[in-house]
Ligand binder design. Structure first.
Ligand SMILES: NC(=O)c1ccc[n+]([C@@H]2O[C@H](COP(=O)([O-])OP(=O)(O)OC[C@H]3O[C@@H](n4cnc5c(N)ncnc54)[C@H](O)[C@@H]3O)[C@@H](O)[C@H]2O)c1
Length: 375
């Protein structure tokens, strides 16, 4: 078991390890003793872990009530949050009570926003159940929702009291969701750490849970350092958007038919090739291929570019420029401001490059064939 202290204001601990579900009551006790816990969880995760989490909390004499919800990108919105706010109100939750969310990044986004808004803010504890949420979404306090106009437009930064990542939960996570999580892990390898890049590259592709514990811990540390320096996201926190300018555009253009981590992987590749960093692009591609993530996409470029320009509100600056993160080398990424015209050219060049790419087996590795292989 490992623990990282995230030194934001307020600071909090992130626990990463095995068999932590059985300890959730003990870990929650200092926060929730004498109060009620509203457990916001995923419809699919609830039958897997709801009972065990509830029993472990009740063992410590804390009342817990489950609120299972169904969330996907199209419903990760204010309407879902409003439904939860109304339920908490109807059930007489008060300012001293605690929200515990158990699920992936969708759940931590929705529950984080609900916690930030209910009675002007109640305490929240994240219990991430996906690889992506353990390495990224549950750390740093960002809670983001979508609008029909684009992804992640409604957001807040609201730090949790505690994060508890029980890696045993990954045993039930479908293989394609593990791959999606690997996409976000690769972002940290490219962003900060050539050691992590080499470790992932030289590692057997099938990672066991013990290996994942170390990898999650390494990524969580990188994210913690970034958010400690810039909790609100006006400066270097922007680096965690590596792969997101093109990635989120691909998600939006394809109507979210691609998983977030897959999109981030493709987004890094497009940005590397589009900005002329071919060697880095080849290195990113080697890693994506190794973990069976898509390296090309059969979708009209103009739809992706249009989504980046018009739906990429997070990257847009007041003077009409866009902030992008350029992977110049593994472990060396820089933020740059570009005009709409420059961004268009970068994306066009990057998308053309990945369409002409072939994977190591010589076959085109497209989103379409990837999705077929998954089903
Ligand atoms: N706010 C942030 O800082 C931040 C950062 C990164 C990503 N995100 C957001 O996170 C979302 C993606 O998160 P995600 O990849 O965790 O997806 P997710 O929350 O949709 O979960 C993926 C799927 O796995 C299932 N699942 C979850 N845990 C499981 C388990 N242990 N066993 C079996 N099935 C399980 C869920 O039911 C779901 O179908 C995106 O919306 C993305 O924008 C937010």
């Amino acid at each position: 078991m490992k623990c990282i202290e995230v030194k934001t204001d307020p600071s909090y601990n992130v626990w990463i390890g095995s068999a932590l579900t059985s300890q959730i009551g003990k870990l929650l006790y200092p926060i929730a003793s004498g109060h009620r816990v509203a457990m916001i969880t995923d419809m699919y995760v609830d039958p897997l872990y709801g009972e065990e989490v509830t029993a472990a909390i009740e063992d410590y004499g804390i009342e817990v009530q489950s609120f299972p919800i169904m969330v996907e990108e199209k419903t990760k919105n204010l309407s879902t949050v409003e439904t939860l706010l109304r339920k908490l109100t109807q059930e007489n939750y008060s300012k001293d009570d605690v929200i515990l969310d158990v699920g992936g990044g969708m759940i931590s986004d929705v529950a984080g926003m609900t916690a930030a808004l209910f009675l002007s803010g109640i305490r929240v504890v994240h219990m991430p159940s996906t690889l992506l949420a353990m390495t990224d979404a549950a750390i740093g306090g960002k809670a983001e929702l979508n609008l029909p106009e684009g992804k992640g437009i409604v957001g807040t930064v609201y730090q949790p009291e505690l994060v508890v990542a029980d890696i045993d939960m990954l045993a039930t996570l479908p293989e394609h969701e593990i791959r999606s999580g690997m996409g976000e892990i690769m972002k940290y390898a490219v962003l900060e750490d050539s050691g992590l890049y080499n470790k992932l590259l030289n590692h057997p592709a099938r990672t066991d849970l013990n290996d994942l514990e170390n990898i999650i811990w390494q990524c969580a540390q990188i994210k913690a350092h970034i958010v400690e320096d810039d909790p609100a996201g006006f400066g270097n926190r922007g680096l965690v958007r590596l792969g997101h300018t093109a990635g989120q555009a691909i998600e939006a253009a394809t109507d979210y038919s691609i998983l977030h981590g897959e999109a981030v992987g493709l987004g890094m590749l497009v940005m590397a090739y589009g900005t002329g960093n071919r060697k880095t692009g080849d290195k990113i591609k080697a890693l994506l291929e190794k973990y069976d993530l898509p390296t090309t996409i059969e979708w009209p470029d103009r739809e992706i570019i249009s989504a980046a320009l018009f739906k990429g509100v997070e990257d847009r600056n007041y003077e009409g420029t866009y902030s992008i993160v350029v992977p110049e080398a593994i472990g060396h990424c820089v933020r740059k401001k570009v005009s709409a015209r420059e961004l268009t050219l970068i994306l066009k060049k990057g998308l053309v490059a990945i369409k002409h790419g072939k994977n190591q087996s010589g076959k085109r590795h497209s989103l379409r064939s990837f999705r077929r292989a998954r089903s």
